[in-house]
Design a binder for this molecule. Structure first.
Ligand code: EPZ
Length: 419
């Protein structure tokens, strides 16, 4: 799909059909990193076939790990893994490259890796990752975008994260597994991705208490045993389509959703927007009249409404019968969507961390540019509520996290194509 650089979407009058929800990106990436904590073969089922997974495979391959991704089954063989420097040309392609730091240190007591990249949605420092590692006896140096970390041995510690960073929590859990003694992480993130990682590590033989809470107690166990993992559905992809249904009359199913626990916060918001959601055994049935109810919303750390869905929420609120607002509390610079939506005639004002959205918008199709993953997906959704055709360029950002957004939209009757 590399040569396809834009998506064209036609205004939609009705959404009808079903979408199979892909496996979770943000769950599988840390689990891929965690395979380094063992020496053996791990099979990950329901793995999304997306760009970020490909890059993580390349990073593992730099460490002489064998990876094979075929038909949503990812096999990782760490038996011959050996220490290497990870170049910043590769680490810059992915924020989650930083998650290799904990496992590499646990395995080899040293790490030299390029600084991470990722979507431009704020400053995205890694101070919490590094501070936590330093507390575990790691000497950290940064020189010209290369991070050099060394330890005689990782020492269990007690550390309070000054913000519940998802990535830092994941990194420190994985380092703590390979540390001597007990680590207590306070103020830890509680996102579903952390719970999945902890459950995976437990099945590999790790000792972790407090899973799902903000205090995690990890007893260092050294090398773990390789284990298979069946990935959960992607709650952000599911949420994208749940919110989309608010803006267009809909009668759709989202399949592959066994458990709605991780999606409750999004279902609550979708209901406030006017979407009716019914849970069946293996799918969600979603109906709406396409009449969005205006309201004020706020993103937050789990279990609050996810920041990753904020651009889609703003987009959908343009169709509301009145004015709405969305306050962003997780990232300090995540309103990139607003500039592009203005090209479609949207009226949105930003004051501080709040976007004020003028409802009853009469949007006009135009060419807009994806600049990050979720903003890009939201622009595709915007195409459904714009008169005529909307073209979204630079779709490689979208392909980092959505397997095939065009296929998904076509399966509910949308006229969407790659151009
Ligand atoms: C994860 O990123 C997700 N990525 C993001 O999804 C998501 O937006 C984010 O969590 C918040 O839910 C993955 O799981 C791969 P954070 P992460 O560290 O771990 C600040 C997507 O679209 N912070 O919880 O990088 C940071 O600047 C992606 O799928 C520090 O100050 O997020 C931000 O304001 C985008 N110092 C806040 O914490 C640090 O050391 C949350 O970041 C680390 C973070």
């Amino acid at each position: 799909m590399d040569c396809l650089k834009a998506i064209s979407v036609k205004e939609a009058a009705l959404l009808k059909g079903s979408i199979e929800i892909q496996g979770s990106k943000n769950t599988v990436l840390p689990i891929m990193a965690a395979t380094l904590l063992s020496s053996g073969i791990s099979v990950i089922y329901n793995c999304p076939m997306i760009e970020d997974v490909q890059v993580m495979c390349q990073l593992l391959e730099c460490l002489h790990v064998k990876t094979r991704l075929e038909d949503h089954v990812l096999t990782i063989d760490t038996r011959n893994a050996s220490y290497e420097v990870l170049p910043d040309t590769l680490t810059k392609k992915l924020r989650s490259s930083v998650l290799l730091l904990g496992p590499i240190l646990a395995r080899w007591q040293k790490a030299e890796i390029g600084m991470p990249g990722g979507c431009a949605i704020g400053q995205r420092p890694i101070d919490i990752h590094l501070e936590g590692l330093m507390r575990m006896n790691v000497d950290v140096r940064v020189h010209k975008d290369i991070l050099t970390c060394e330890t005689f041995y990782l020492q269990g510690t007690e550390y309070h994260l000054h913000f519940p960073s998802v990535g830092a929590t994941e990194n420190l859990i994985m380092a703590a597994v390979g540390a001597k003694g007990r680590t207590i992480l306070r103020g830890a993130a509680k996102e579903p991705e952390i719970i999945e990682l902890c459950n995976y590590l437990l099945s590999m033989g790790a000792l972790i208490e407090g899973v799902g809470t903000d205090v995690l107690i990890i007893k260092g166990t050294g090398e773990l045993t390789s284990c298979d993992y069946c990935n959960v559905y992607d709650r952000i992809v599911a949420g994208t389509y749940l919110l989309m249904a608010a803006a267009v009359p809909s009668d759709i199913k989202l399949t592959g959703i066994e458990d709605i626990h991780y999606l409750k916060n999004v279902i609550q918001v979708a209901s406030k927007l006017g979407v009716n959601v019914i849970k069946f055994e293996h799918y969600l049935s979603i109906q709406s009249l396409g009449k969005v109810l205006a309201n004020d919303f706020k993103t937050g750390i789990y279990p609050e409404f996810p920041t990753d869905l904020q651009p889609v929420l703003i987009t959908v609120l343009l169709k509301a019968g009145g004015n709405s607002s969305v306050t962003e509390t997780v990232f300090e610079n995540r309103f990139g969507i607003v500039k592009e939506l203005a090209k479609l005639d949207a009226k949105i004002d930003i004051k501080g961390q709040t976007a004020f959205i003028k409802g009853n918008a009469r949007l006009q199709g135009h060419t807009v540019k994806a600049a990050d993953l979720r903003q890009g997906a939201a622009l595709v959704i915007a195409g459904l509520i714009c008169k005529g055709y909307t073209t979204v360029t630079d779709i490689s950002y979208i392909e980092r996290g959505y397997e095939d957004i065009v296929r998904d939209l076509q399966s509910v009757g949308v006229e969407a194509t790659y151009v």
